[in-house]
Design a protein around this ligand. Structure first.
Ligand SMILES: NC(=O)c1ccc[n+]([C@@H]2O[C@H](COP(=O)([O-])OP(=O)(O)OC[C@H]3O[C@@H](n4cnc5c(N)ncnc54)[C@H](OP(=O)(O)O)[C@@H]3O)[C@@H](O)[C@H]2O)c1
Length: 297
């Protein structure tokens, strides 16, 4: 099928692009500042709202996978107009264009739509974001529900992967690099989530696009863990020195934006509906080890 992918240079988008090309899809890889390696590159700045409709009308995709976003949570708190433009207004424009052209839309959203007071959120739980990033992503979800014809909203949580993307590392790579240099790493013991391997998430999202799976799905890792537990799991899987992990607390971080304390997701709906299942952490870390090309000593 013909797919238009936004955010194809990003951590998730690059994994979706690779998988879509392997699956022989005709892929248009939209990006802004970092040209992607897979697919037909398409420079598309999502702050230019009229360019979005033009691109969709020209390409006439069967499906649009919208994985682009302003994902820097603290930057979203400070640069609110830009965050609204990219995460909400561009999503609205894409949703309208998807309906006009009859394309199925997959919108990638986040566990940060929840306030994190409880954790293990299911799709029927009420969103209540505690920061501006979460607010803009929720507005994006609402615009998809209102404007798109057929759509899937896929909420993920703490995405990680084997390669830098969009010019930056992710938590797993940051940790691996520090520990391999023998440097300590401060890791939170009081923030919980459902860490999600990008390649596993890409499989779920591509399947949703191929099958036209409609509705909201929590597509995340299948285990709720603290950052510290996640880091300890990475150490075990990759043979890194866990004694370098330094327990830290959210209140010590001095962030511009508040974070939810426990934004872990209940993935049972996705596990029941998809052939590509949410991965257990131990499975995902084994896959990551293979993707990094390392072996345990
Ligand atoms: N990372 C996480 O832990 C996490 C957790 C839950 C949900 N999510 C969601 O998952 C999705 C993918 O996140 P990610 O971590 O893969 O993102 P990422 O690595 O930060 O990449 C962001 C992508 O968005 C593109 N982008 C940003 N501003 C743009 C603009 N003005 N015009 C066009 N493209 C623009 C970037 O393009 P260039 O690099 O080419 O500029 C890049 O491809 C997002 O919807 C995010 O909200 C992420």
């Amino acid at each position: 099928m013909r797919i238009l992918l936004t955010g194809s240079s990003g951590l998730l988008g690059s994994a979706i692009a690779e998988l879509a090309i392997r699956g022989s899809h005709e892929l248009y890889s939209a990006y802004n500042q970092h040209q992607p390696r897979s697919g037909i590159p398409l420079k598309l700045d999502l702050t230019d709202l009229s360019a979005i409709g033009r691109a969709v009308r020209k390409i006439r995709p069967d499906a649009i996978v919208h994985a682009a976003a302003l994902t820097d949570v603290d930057r979203c708190e400070r640069e609110r107009d830009l965050a609204l433009r990219v995460n909400y207004e561009a999503t609205s424009a894409l949703a309208s264009a998807a309906r006009e052209s009859g394309a199925f839309l997959v919108y990638v959203s986040t566990d940060y739509v929840f306030n994190g007071e409880r954790g293990l959120y299911s799709e029927s739980d009420e969103p209540d974001p505690v920061n501006f990033y979460g607010y803009t992503k929720l507005r994006g979800e609402e615009s998809v529900e209102e404007l798109a014809g057929d759509y899937c909203i896929a909420r993920a949580s703490v995405i990680y992967g084997a390669a830098p993307a969009s010019g930056k590392a992710n938590f797993a790579l940051w940790l691996i690099e520090r520990l391999r240099r023998g440097e300590g790493a401060r890791v939170l013991v009081d923030q919980y989530a459902s860490p999600t391997l990008n390649s596993g998430l890409a499989r779920m999202i591509l399947e949703a696009a191929e099958r036209g799976l409609g509705g909201i799905y929590h597509m995340a890792g299948a285990d709720r863990v603290s950052r510290y537990e996640f880091a300890a799991g990475l150490c075990k899987a990759l043979g890194l020195d866990a004694s370098l992990l330094e327990p830290a607390r959210m209140e010590d971080m001095g962030w511009a934006a508040r974070r939810p304390r426990d934004s872990s997701l209940d993935v049972s709906k996705a596990a029941g509906a998809l052939r590509a299942k949410p991965l257990r952490l131990i499975e995902a870390l084994g896959i990551l080890r293979g993707e990094l090309g390392c072996s345990l000593e």
